[in-house]
Design a protein around this ligand. Structure first.
Ligand SMILES: Cc1cc2nc3c(=O)[nH]c(=O)nc-3n(C[C@H](O)[C@H](O)[C@H](O)COP(=O)(O)OP(=O)(O)OC[C@H]3O[C@@H](n4cnc5c(N)ncnc54)[C@H](O)[C@@H]3O)c2cc1C
Length: 1021
């Protein structure tokens, strides 16, 4: 270590000791009032299982209206973790009173307790209370920045309301605060007066469709609401800071920050800042870019609030779930070390990036003081910021050293404030928290003041490294804040299969690649895609023109339409290739699937672009379609390797082999709604099992079918093993299904066609010496139950996504919301507003949340359902389509409310953006309604009651049930997909039983005895 580094570290420690000397570490110093939170935090700190349950309880409390509901939830939460809880908590759980005076007392005490706890961190519920709080702070010579707490902005009305609240806040605050007598320690820096009023804004609150996939659209919408806020702040002499949220929002937040502050109106305005998170591995580059922009482009400084970051758990979990690189450091010391490195960067560039250090960590603060001193930065040029309700003695100690301390002061209603409260509770009780270690656990000062790089082991890792590898599943489990203990059974051996990561469209390179692919595909429009038999393109006869459903005028290409004769030739080709393919070694068949997956990977964006254009699927969902196709290839290859190993059941003198062989010629008839994934999934399952395949795509997605055939050929499918047979289902469907050489039909599509195929295939004409096998996945009339204690932010968003994702054209779509009486009106209001806020657009626009339906026939059929719906229930919302109605095949997102459970719109599968909302008396009633259709495909439930969820799991009889998330988006292996009743007659796609349907089991028994002797059988064979 060089002598300068040593002296900086020594000076840092001196500052640290000085700060420690100025505060009293005894007792509950984190908060001013100690009662409930100290008990709760104390319990939680020593018992992680209890912590999770208690925090969940706190989160749910504001929703609970009745005392008995409070008691029930508390009991249920504690019961859930009973195996991991200390004995005295288990005993206490039994004594929780349900009703009577004691029950009411408990409910009152819990609600008051939570409220008091919230009030420690939240300065008031309205502007007046917030003003009173900041006034009180000024008497202690503490500056403030005010933050408005709110629920997630999922509607445009809410975004307007947030804007209005900020405008009111600025007007109200500046009127009062600017009249207060000056307090030079906080109202001036080393060069003169600075704004007294300081507000913090979260940009995602200003636009309901805030989405990094569309930075330009997001920026436009946010800036429209932000501009008046900044104008008013500038006029009234206030300061505005942009908060930083999750990593996926970072780039668009930075872009908006730069764009709007380069506008002529704001470009010379220095009273703006942005939070930058040191726990991110890519922060240094962001600061370099901000410096270059402020110095060279804007030529006016901005403030940087340097924080470590508040979303560590979220970032690690989201990355693990998606198999994405983890954007945050994974060791606490790395975040601390990076904070110090960035501190040095900021203080060295203080002319352009004015630092505000947001930390309660005495080491981090002391380091900033030591660096500033070393660089000769005047103490009032920079400031420290801390959170309201936390670490008050540290605030006072820093202030007593002559530094400006600003308090981040949130205000707002308790209900929306809960998320903020729970974040603070988690932060304070985390094992790695400085405050916990320093105050609750009383770690020695010298340890707390240690250079973070000294924690690195081995020493060569002392500098923070770019830790962008995905974490292993065990690495993050329970590492920090309130992670659940692993689910029972989570330790079962993991499958060697891993899902293909979805594209992260918050990454600029992904968006560029997708735009480029769309441009490229547009250059290839107008081609003709022929039928392919024996790997040879067939002479083109009749063709079907394919148009873009988002823009009917755009013709994409033409696809050959097979004749009955060609269908017969395709089957004959398959039959001729069958014996050879059946006897091809398994490794070659699985090899074909793996090479196919590689083809998909290579052409990922191109295929997605074709899906966008031919089927009107938005970007993200088109990408998911290709990822799922890759998953099917990889998964079925692995599953077939398992099935392919013959099973032996030998006894002395007798060998027994049990094994599978393919059925024969398979006809694969696929729908257009997952144009690549379902077609590829059914085909690869058939192929890997050794069947030969007639590939019949839907008429509406013939080009994507042709692209699949190209990929199959490029992957080396031998002639005749797959024949590509696009055509009119009415013409070639029946001859294919009834063909005496076709052994298997794998179909996904409508109930009507599935039943017809089943009936036709059940006939066994003379000469056909086997019974055909039919695998059929049909529709659904899927319901999402919303319980009265559901988290409305989540439930509304989940129902909207389930109902309107890909225009409701997924068989998994949630087309019924069954809502409990207690929350019905509130839910419906937000649901309608959230639906109004959806961006109905052409699917190639990255900002599209809802595109067209597939074709004119679908549009007309859906519109007829809507007309019928108007006669049987109340139309709660229908979006106005404007010019889109003419441009493409668009159907307005439509919500019916108070729908009778037997109404057509509540019973028939519509396959369009139409949602029926049904009122239920209680959970039993909701379950009865949910199960009351002829389908059983998917279902969902939003509830925070463990006992209700338990009941839902037992009684909601569907193939795929989703709890507290949307009911679409099943992933191969993780959520094998398929239903029963009239939703399906096969077993689940992407699941362990699927391939069994494509094979026939055989047993061979060989007597090994020859005149009384037999070869030796090894034990266990
Ligand atoms: C005024 C102010 C404004 C803020 N604004 C924002 C904001 O806009 N956006 C935002 O995200 N946060 C913001 N924060 C929250 C802030 O990020 C946390 O309060 C802060 O991280 C706590 O850090 P500390 O230095 O006080 O405590 P410490 O205890 O030293 O650090 C805790 C932090 O270390 C990091 N960490 C914890 N475990 C690990 C691990 N295993 N590996 C790597 N890193 C780990 C996390 O960031 C955690 O919050 C703000 C805080 C303040 C004081």
């Amino acid at each position: 270590m060089s002598s300068t580094v040593t002296s900086l570290d020594e000076r840092t420690k001196e500052y640290g000791r000085e700060i420690f000397a100025r505060l009293n570490r005894q007792g509950p110093v984190l908060f001013t009032r100690a009662w409930v939170e100290d008990k709760l935090m104390g319990l939680g700190m020593h018992d992680p299982a209890l912590k999770v349950q208690l925090f969940r309880f706190v989160d749910t409390l504001p929703y609970l209206k009745e005392p008995k509901e409070v008691a029930r939830h508390l009991r249920e939460y504690l019961n859930e973790a009973k195996d991991e809880l200390p004995w005295w908590v288990r005993l206490g759980t039994k004594l929780i009173p349900d009703r009577g005076i004691l029950g009411q007392g408990l409910a009152f005490a819990s609600q008051k307790g939570a409220e008091q706890m919230a009030r420690k961190f939240i300065a008031g519920s309205n502007v007046q209370e917030a003003v009173a709080a900041v006034h009180q702070m000024r008497t202690r010579r503490l500056a403030f920045t005010i933050d408005l707490l709110g629920e997630a902005t999922i509607t445009e009305v809410e975004a307007d309301h947030v804007q209005k609240q900020y405008l009111d806040l600025l007007a109200g605050l500046t009127r009062e605060v600017n009249d207060w007598p000056e307090e030079p320690t906080i109202d001036r820096d080393d060069r003169g007066p600075i704004p007294r009023v300081n507000v913090s804004v979260k940009l995602s609150a200003l636009f309901s469709q805030f989405d990094p996939i569309d930075p330009a659209g997001t920026s436009r919408a946010v800036c429209r609401r932000l501009r008046p806020i900044l104008s008013l702040a500038k006029q009234t002499g206030a300061f505005v800071n942009f908060d930083m949220e999750q990593h996926s929002f970072k780039d668009v937040t930075l872009q908006i920050f730069r764009d709007i502050l380069t506008e002529p109106e704001f470009r010379d305005w220095p009273h703006v800042g942005i939070a930058i998170q040191a726990y991110l591995t890519d922060t240094e580059a962001d600061l370099q870019a901000l410096l270059a922009w402020a110095r060279d482009v804007r030529k006016c400084p901005v403030w940087i609030r340097l924080v470590k970051g508040a979303y560590w758990d979220y970032e690690t979990v989201v990355a693990a779930q998606n198999h994405w690189p983890v954007p945050v450091f994974t060791k606490k010391w790395q975040s601390d070390a990076n904070f110090e490195k960035l501190t040095e960067f900021l203080l060295a560039n203080v002319e352009w990036l004015v630092p505000a250090f947001g930390s309660h960590n005495i080491r981090s603060i002391s380091h900033a003081l030591a660096v500033a001193e070393k660089l000769g930065v005047p103490p009032r040029r920079y400031e420290f910021q801390m959170l309201y309700g936390m670490a008050d003695p540290i605030k006072e100690a820093i202030q007593s050293l002559g530094h400006r301390v600003r308090i981040y002061t949130p205000y707002g209603q308790l209900l929306p404030g809960m998320a903020y409260l729970v974040r603070r509770l988690l932060e304070n009780s985390s094992n790695d928290s400085f405050l916990r270690q320093g105050f609750a656990e009383g770690l020695a000062e010298e340890l707390l003041l240690l250079d973070p790089n000294a924690h690195a082991a081995p020493p060569s890792h002392a500098a923070p490294t770019n830790h962008t590898e995905p974490m292993s599943h065990t690495e993050h489990a329970g590492t920090q804040n309130g992670h659940l203990p692993p689910a029972r059974g989570a330790h079962a051996p993991r499958s060697p299969f891993a899902n293909e990561p979805l594209t992260d469209f918050s990454v600029a390179a992904s968006r560029t690649a997708m735009s480029a692919a769309l441009d490229q595909v547009r250059k290839e429009l107008g081609r003709t895609y022929p039928i392919v038999i024996d790997n040879k393109p067939q002479p083109v006869g009749a063709v079907l023109a394919r148009e873009n459903p988002s823009r009917k005028s755009e013709v994409l290409g033409k696809v050959g339409m097979a004749t009955v004769d060609q269908a017969n030739r395709a089957v004959a080709s398959c039959l001729a290739a069958f014996d050879g393919w059946r006897d091809t070694p398994l490794a070659e068949r699985t090899g074909l699937l793996r090479r196919l997956a590689e083809q998909f990977r290579k052409r990922r964006f191109e295929l997605s672009a074709w899906i966008v254009l031919e089927t009107g699927k938005p970007w993200r969902e088109s990408d998911a379609d290709v990822a799922e196709a890759i998953d099917f290839c990889e998964y079925y290859a692995i599953e077939m390797e398992k099935l392919g190993a013959p099973q032996a059941r030998d006894v002395p003198g007798e060998d027994n082999r049990y094994f599978y062989e393919p059925r024969g010629v398979a006809v694969v008839i696929a729908p257009w709604n997952f144009p690549l994934a379902i077609l590829a999934g059914m085909a690869t399952a058939a192929l890997v099992a050794g069947n030969t395949v007639v590939l019949k795509p839907a008429e509406q997605s013939g080009i994507i079918g042709a692209k699949l055939m190209e990929c199959l050929q490029a992957a080396g499918a031998p002639p005749g093993v797959v024949n590509f047979l696009p055509g009119d289902g009415d013409v070639i469907g029946p001859p294919l299904v009834q063909h005496p050489d076709v052994a298997l039909i794998a179909f996904t599509g409508s109930l009507k066609v599935a039943l017809l195929i089943n009936e036709q295939a059940s006939k066994t004409p003379g000469g056909q010496n086997f019974v055909k096998k039919v695998i059929a996945e049909m529709g659904g009339k899927n319901a999402v139950i919303v319980d009265s204690d559901a988290d409305l932010d989540e439930a509304v968003k989940g129902v909207v996504d389930s109902a309107f994702g890909y225009g409701g054209q997924k068989c998994s779509a949630g087309s019924r919301a069954i809502v409990l009486d207690g929350i019905y009106d509130q839910f419906l209001n937000r649901l309608v507003e959230a639906t109004k806020s959806l961006a109905v657009k052409a699917a190639d626009d990255p900002g599209c949340s809802l595109g067209p339906v597939i074709d004119a026939e679908a549009r007309d059929r859906i519109l007829k359902f809507i007309e019928a719906g108007k006669r049987e229930s109340r139309l709660a919302h229908q979006t106005d389509l404007g010019a889109l109605a003419e441009q493409g095949y668009f159907v307005p997102p439509t919500i019916f409310a108070d729908v009778p459970e037997a109404a057509g719109v509540a019973q028939e599968e519509i396959f369009g953006p139409v949602l029926s909302v049904i009122r239920a008396k209680d959970l039993d009633d909701a379950l009865r309604i949910a199960n009351g259709t002829k389908y059983a495909l998917t279902g969902g439930c939003y509830s925070r009651s463990p006992s209700h969820l338990e009941k839902v799991k037992r009684k909601f009889r569907v193939g795929n049930l989703y709890i507290n998330r949307k009911c679409t988006g099943a992933l191969v292996d993780r959520q094998p997909f398929g239903g029963f009743k009239l939703s399906g007659i096969g077993s689940k796609a992407g699941g362990p039983d699927y391939l069994l349907q494509f094979v026939l089991p055989r047993t061979i028994t060989e007597n090994q005895m020859r005149r009384g002797f037999a070869p030796e059988t090894a034990p266990g064979e």
